[in-house]
Design a protein around this ligand. Structure first.
Ligand SMILES: Nc1ncnc2c1ncn2[C@@H]1O[C@H](COP(=O)(O)OP(=O)(O)OP(=O)(O)O)[C@@H](O)[C@H]1O
Ligand SMILES: [Mg+2]
Length: 292
């Protein structure tokens, strides 16, 4: 009997936004850490093979653990390279095959798969989006980022229509529905929220709220602009790993506030943690995934 028989397929969480630098990789790593701390078996896929930021994050984590003699849970990580085939059709077929193979393997052993996508629209990014159960879109708190979700009247801030990225999600939703009848739960979160610019913050929030029904997403509480979200990358650690998470380090007020933000996002996602725990991924499979 294969490992996937007798258990549900992994729940897939995709981080996506065509806007570069909006916080996809940072959020992906914190969602992965949150799931690992819940005792879940997590697979991760990096579709941004040019930057490989998520891949580096995971590599840094392994290296830090080895150097410091600390054992932390790890995701079973894969990176999908862009094809170098000469024709578009060949390149797409190659990329799809590589993606499908990683997806199949991780789906057979993991409770969750977290997919980090690049900040551009390409074939692999679309392949990732079309298997999403949950899609998280982090966006900076500005109308420049907002413009990829919806076009807004500059005078009244009324929505004039959906734009590029919303249309791409709409396509992914259709593809997903045709493939297996599944639905994509789309969650938009604001990132790098300023502690001072209250007027802009309220305005973006108000417009986003008017969009939730029309474009079809849920609005999640976001992450503040905090140095600690970027300073842990070289160690591969996340805020979840500190103190009770296995790494002996005191928490500052800012750490505590950031952890609360991560928890609020995680709770809002309403992931099927309980179901997966009952499902009971075999311990041996978890151990193999954790040792990478
Ligand atoms: N809440 C935050 N507070 C402070 N810095 C942040 C926060 N979120 C992300 N950053 C920083 O912003 C930069 C971009 O973040 P990240 O790499 O996660 O974005 P991305 O969407 O994955 O980018 P790309 O599209 O290039 O892949 C990084 O330097 C990251 O450390
Ligand atoms: Mg990234």
């Amino acid at each position: 009997m294969s490992q996937s028989e007798g258990r549900n397929a992994a729940h897939v969480i995709v981080l996506g936004n065509e806007k570069g630098g909006s916080g996809k990789t940072t959020t992906a790593m914190h969602v992965i850490a949150s799931l690992l701390h819940e005792g879940m078996c997590v697979g991760s896929i990096d579709l941004d093979s040019r930057q490989r930021s998520l891949t580096r994050y995971v590599e840094n984590r392994k290296a830090w653990c080895e150097a410091n003699g600390v054992k932390l849970a790890m995701p079973d990580h894969r990176v999908i390279d862009r094809s170098k085939a000469e024709t578009v059709a060949e390149a797409q077929a190659e990329e799809q095959a590589a993606f499908d193979a990683a997806y199949r393997e991780l789906s057979a052993t993991c409770d969750f798969i977290v997919i980090d996508s690049p900040g551009t629209d390409n074939y692999l990014s679309r392949a990732g989006h079309s298997v999403a159960d949950t899609l998280i879109t982090p966006m900076n708190d500005s109308f420049v980022d907002f413009d990829l979700l919806g076009r807004v009247d500059p005078q009244t801030y009324q929505l004039k229509g959906p734009s590029l990225y919303s249309e791409m999600v709409w396509e992914s939703r259709k593809r997903r529905a045709m493939k297996d009848g599944g639905q994509i739960d789309w969650v938009v979160m604001r990132n790098r929220l300023s502690h001072v610019d209250a007027k802009n913050k309220r305005r973006v929030e108000a417009v986003l709220e008017t969009l939730t029904d029309r474009i079809g997403f849920r609005l999640a509480p976001g992450f503040g602009e905090r140095v600690i979200f970027r300073e842990m990358f070289p160690s591969g650690l996340t805020l979840l790993d500190l103190r009770d998470g296995g790494v002996d380090q005191q928490l500052s007020m800012s750490h505590v506030a950031a952890r609360a933000e991560i928890r609020a996002l995680f709770d809002m996602l309403e992931l099927p943690i309980g179901e997966k725990a009952e499902n009971g991924t075999p311990e041996s499979v978890r151990a193999a995934a954790a040792s990478g």
